[in-house]
Design a protein around this ligand. Structure first.
Ligand code: PBG
Length: 331
């Protein structure tokens, strides 16, 4: 039956794939995806991570090959995480010029130059024997201000090794200001800061803690990472970081915090990143392995959702060469 009066027909713009592509409001572009990569000291072969199928802890050599391939496929940036051979109370390997991430940064920056954006996660949890993101007081609490001194030194070591962006993820108060002034004093005015500003104390980091071997040996991170019920607090954290000199800010995890992504995007004028974390990846992989979900469609839908919420950049373990190439051929 034909309507007797002109009704709105939004379906006209959904009829063909070409029409849907033409009017898509949100797109996924390899250039806005950042691939997190793990490099481990003292291994001869890449090590699989059981809870993160197809993600590995790289050797220096396999890291170089994988980075090269991701760059050729158009990745926007690489985020490096190091797993040192030795850990101690102060995380000494984190700012050691010969520490594993510094070695990796020197090699990748020689290999890749300016062809991609080389980033380093800046934290202590991978490097401390207790697994916390900072140094501890005698009573076992994370000591904010002594940790800032460590972060300042790590930032300089990473910048000196070739990081173009350092990404503090420890949620210490004042970390962006401390890092900015240390970088400036050491002559690294051009090194940018991507602040993990709104980072929640999340169970979604579970698989990452296997990948980076950094599960806290006692307690948890709720005394420094944010409490999941809070949203306004994220805006406060983001504003403080922007004031302290953050060049880009991040919301993490991404999927369960899309409201935060939107609010942050609307509140600031710097690029906003969102991190689709290990647990978000593991859930998709587990369901797909059971045949319960269509992996490729879920990956696209989850990433498009994060973009639509307002993220300019997405850190995701799906930013693999295969996926980036598939994005390019789709268009
Ligand atoms: C801390 C850090 C973590 C992640 C990135 N940086 C773990 C944590 O805070 O416990 C998690 C990333 C992921 O789950 O994919 N250095």
């Amino acid at each position: 039956m034909t309507a007797r009066f002109p009704v709105a027909r939004p379906r006209r713009l959904r009829r063909t794939r070409a029409m849907r592509r033409l009017v898509a409001e949100t797109r996924l572009d390899p250039a806005s995806l950042i691939l997190p990569m793990f490099v481990k000291e003292g291994i001869a072969e890449p090590q699989p991570i059981p809870s993160m199928p197809r993600v590995v802890q790289h050797t220096l050599d396999t890291l170089r090959a994988a980075a090269q391939e991701a760059v050729e496929a158009g990745v926007g940036g690489l985020m490096l995480f190091g797993v040192p051979a030795r850990k101690d109370g102060r995380g000494s390997a984190a700012d050691d010029p010969d520490g594993i991430v510094q070695q990796a940064l020197r090699k990748l920056s020689a290999d890749l130059g300016d062809a991609t954006v080389l980033m380093a996660d800046l934290c202590l949890d991978e490097y401390t024997d207790h697994g916390h993101c900072g140094v501890l007081t005698p009573s076992g609490e994370v000591d904010n201000d002594r940790t800032l001194e460590r972060y300042a030194s790590i930032a300089v070591a990473q910048a000196e090794a070739g990081a173009q962006v350092v990404a503090p993820s420890g949620m210490m108060d004042g970390q962006v200001a401390a890092i900015r002034s240390a970088l400036d004093e050491a002559g690294h005015r051009e090194t940018a800061i991507l602040a993990y500003s709104a980072k929640y104390a999340s169970a979604y980091y579970g698989p990452f803690r296997d990948a980076a071997e950094c599960a806290p040996q006692f307690g948890d991170r709720s005394a420094y990472q944010q409490d999941p019920p809070n949203a306004a607090e994220s805006l406060r954290e983001v504003m403080l970081d922007v004031d302290e000199g953050a060049d880009m800010v991040m919301v993490k995890p991404a999927g369960p915090y899309l409201d935060i992504v939107r609010r942050v995007r609307d509140a600031v004028d710097v690029p906003v990143a969102a991190y689709q974390v290990s647990g978000e990846y593991a859930m998709i992989e587990a369901a797909a392995a059971q045949g319960w979900l269509d992996r490729d469609r879920i990956v696209m839908e989850s990433l498009i959702g994060i973009r639509r919420a307002g993220a300019d950049l997405i850190l995701t373990y799906y930013a693999t060469p295969e996926f980036l190439r598939s994005l390019r051929s789709r268009d």
